[in-house]
Ligand binder design. Structure first.
Ligand SMILES: Cc1ncc(COP(=O)(O)O)c(C=O)c1O
Length: 389
């Protein structure tokens, strides 16, 4: 499989001191929502306070901070800043994509079974609107999603809308292979990488998606209601779903905004959500993305892969609990599969001991990050010992 996995990058030491997590909390739930780093909280407090003194906010401020964050996110996916738009939710980003894809009745839209709804409903709706067939590739028994997905892509395929790893259990999709298949048949590739970008390398130059949406509140360690939409250069002449002043050429000239413009700002900026300058949340995203850039994604992945592999091995060895084999799983992401399903009261028992994980589908997701300590993992296994041994 050619998808990026850990390549021997050096492990990072614990970064828990950068987060406001009490010692007795084992938060193994980044897939649900990351905690904001302390630096991001401080940046957000400063950002919010600016609105108390609007006379200090200049026209230039509507542009400079967002351009810096646009460039930071672009760096994370090996894109040009011009190819990145602000989208507050994955559903918003996929709405931009779906509004610009023309399909006919004989075509198909291919997704994965049990995919996250924000990358499903826009496509069900597009299928309804155009008569195209909506396909959800069934979950393969051997966790080889890539092979199953490739088998579903053919000359009738109009859209492939998938994640980089499955949000229930971390099964990895080889997006380079999928990208190649899409280009071969002329299908549009739409990726929701909310559960991977920030922890798993993503290179738009090798995968070449048409659209890539990422919400910031999980692996980007960023704010809620904030995220990004990469739009391939070949799709940047399309129509955005909303028309706001700042996406139009010359918006820097506030006095001249009454001279309505047909032209847009450069690149993907035409797809920016309205009020994207967001003085409260933009500094939060900036501080979080800076931390990720300092740590580097390969080192984050190596560290988390080391952690999840150890948890998977111990869960199997001590309790016979299964998970996706590590060569088919994104290194940062683990879903434990209990024989006979996740015990009904397990989450409550864990929460009572301040151990936080989540259940999605048939898997109990255990998603640590750089704040996770050995003691956190011991707390998890102490509860498992009582609950399922
Ligand atoms: C794979 C995936 N995509 C997207 C989201 C969030 O979607 P939205 O930004 O549309 O609320 C989640 C949240 O759990 C997710 O797991």
């Amino acid at each position: 499989m050619s998808s990026p996995q850990t390549t021997g990058a050096a492990l990072l030491p614990s970064q828990r001191h950068l987060f406001d997590i009490p010692d007795d909390v084992a938060f193994l739930n980044c897939a649900y929502m990351s905690p904001l780093p302390k630096a991001s909280v401080a940046a957000g407090e400063r950002g919010l306070a600016r609105k108390a003194r609007p006379w200090m906010i200049t026209p230039e401020d509507f542009f400079s901070a967002s351009e810096a964050v646009r460039a930071r996110f672009a760096g994370l996916i090996n894109a040009a800043p011009d190819d990145v738009a602000f989208a507050p939710a994955v559903s918003y980003g996929m709405a931009q994509a779906a509004a610009n894809i023309a399909l006919v009745r004989t075509q198909t839209i291919v997704t994965l079974a049990e995919q996250f709804p924000s990358n499903v409903y826009p496509w069900m709706e597009l299928a309804e609107r155009t008569g195209a067939q909506f396909i959800a590739v069934p979950r393969p028994g051997d966790d080889e999603w890539t092979a199953a997905l490739l088998a579903a892509i053919n000359t009738a395929t109009g859209v492939v809308a998938v994640p980089h790893c499955h949000w229930t259990d971390g099964s990895l999709i080889d997006l380079e292979a999928v990208g190649n298949a899409c280009r071969r048949v002329g299908a549009v590739l739409c990726v929701d990488a909310t559960q991977s970008v920030g922890a798993l390398p993503f290179d738009v130059r090798s995968i070449d998606p048409d659209y890539l949406a990422v919400a910031s509140y999980k692996w980007l360690l960023g704010p809620y209601s904030f995220g990004f939409l990469y739009v391939a250069p070949r799709r940047q002449a399309e129509r955005p779903i909303e028309h706001n002043w700042i996406a139009r050429r010359g918006a820097q000239d506030f006095a001249g905004l009454v001279n309505y413009q047909r032209e847009f700002q450069d690149g993907a900026r035409r797809f920016d959500v309205g009020e994207r300058s967001n003085f409260a949340l933009m500094p939060v995203a900036d501080a979080s993305l800076k931390l990720i850039a300092d740590w580097t994604v390969p080192r984050i992945l190596a560290t988390l892969a080391h952690r999840t592999k150890a948890i998977a091995a111990r869960a199997r060895g001590e309790f016979g609990i299964d998970s996706v084999p590590s060569d088919r799983r994104a290194g940062h992401y683990l879903g434990l599969r209990f024989r006979g399903g996740v015990p009904g009261d397990l989450l409550a028992q864990l929460a009572a001991e301040h151990v936080y994980v989540s259940v999605r589908g048939a898997a109990m997701r255990v998603t640590p990050h750089l704040w996770t300590t050995d003691a956190d993992v011991e707390r998890l296994f102490a509860v498992l010992q009582r609950a399922v041994a």
